[in-house]
Design a protein around this ligand. Structure first.
Ligand SMILES: NC(=O)c1ccc[n+]([C@@H]2O[C@H](COP(=O)([O-])OP(=O)(O)OC[C@H]3O[C@@H](n4cnc5c(N)ncnc54)[C@H](O)[C@@H]3O)[C@@H](O)[C@H]2O)c1
Length: 274
């Protein structure tokens, strides 16, 4: 059996009008799944869904009743629901003490509450069907909070907690995993790519020496939805080119030292040959 095929599957992807969500929707469609693309009212979700014959549903994930309706609607119109990808998210950058109540509430509402509402709506349908897979899009900021993004980081840490807890509660019927991207080129991060002064240090700090592409997240999500990952649940898969390995405080110094050692060794070799 081809373990990556999803032709018996019905998938809902939130935040699917563009960026990582659209790449995931396309990948699941290519693997054979029937796909519903959800995004906020006024987004480009109708336009995004058309080329892949996907079902487009406008919904604001901050609204629990609207999320219930959207999941029920997708379930009915797709003919089932076996995959839920919680990908809708939003970020903001400022010192923690400058966040307003409204900004805090909004970041928690979109990134964390939206994930909870969609899982709560989808789980009974999956339990009834006797199978299901959920993949939540967290972030490397969930485990290593990032400067200027503390409400976002806190929300994403909550997403990882929901993921691990739900994997425990709903196994063996439903598998639940998270992905944690590092720096991926998408509408959310586009401003980084406009400035080499910002981008170059990021790339230099990543062992794979580049930022990621949306398809590279979609590849992993596809794997987590497929039979190939049937013994994986409750995990948070980091997709960051190794960005979190180097120890920021010392890595630059050691990299320079190793470079100097290599040069000295090369010089010794030249002297011996001469
Ligand atoms: N790009 C990165 O480097 C990166 C890194 C780590 C995590 N992520 C996560 O990946 C996910 C996708 O982000 P992206 O990079 O593709 O950015 P993006 O801005 O292109 O995608 C986010 C999508 O979520 C939708 N959305 C926002 N608020 C919504 C709401 N209230 N209701 C419904 N939909 C809503 C947006 O309309 C958009 O289509 C997000 O959860 C983000 O936090 C991205």
């Amino acid at each position: 059996m081809e373990t990556s095929q999803l032709d018996q599957d019905f998938a809902v992807v939130t935040g699917a009008a563009g960026g990582i969500g659209l790449a995931i929707a396309k990948r699941l469609h290519r693997a054979g799944a029937k796909v519903a693309l959800l995004d906020r009212p006024g987004s480009e979700v109708l336009k995004a869904a058309a080329p892949i014959g996907g079902l487009a549903i406008e919904v604001d994930v901050r609204d629990p009743a609207a999320v219930n309706d959207a999941i029920a609607n997708a379930h009915e119109r797709l003919g089932g629901l076996s995959i839920l990808i919680n990908n809708a998210g939003t970020g903001m950058l400022r010192p923690m003490h400058e966040y307003t109540d409204q900004q805090w509430e909004d970041l928690i509402a979109v990134n964390l509450s939206g994930t909870f509402y969609a899982m709560r709506a989808a789980v009974p349908l999956m339990l009834e069907a006797g199978r299901g897979v959920i993949v939540n899009n967290a972030s490397v900021s969930a485990t290593d909070p990032t400067r200027g993004e503390l409400p976002y980081s806190a929300a994403k840490a909550g997403v990882v907690a929901l993921t691990r807890g739900a994997a425990q509660e709903y196994g063996p019927t439903i598998r639940v995993n998270a992905v944690s991207p590092g720096v991926i080129r998408s509408p959310m991060t586009e401003m980084l790519f406009k400035s080499p002064a910002i981008l170059e240090p990021v790339e230099a700090a990543v062992p794979l020496e580049r930022t990621g592409e949306v398809e590279e997240v979609a590849d992993v999500v596809h794997f987590l939805c497929s039979e190939g990952s049937r013994y994986i649940t409750g995990q948070n898969i980091v997709i960051d080119g190794g960005m979190n390995i180097p120890q920021a405080g010392i890595d630059g110094v050691l990299k320079t030292s190793l470079g100097m050692m290599a040069k000295a060794k090369a010089r010794e070799g030249e002297d011996e040959e001469a």
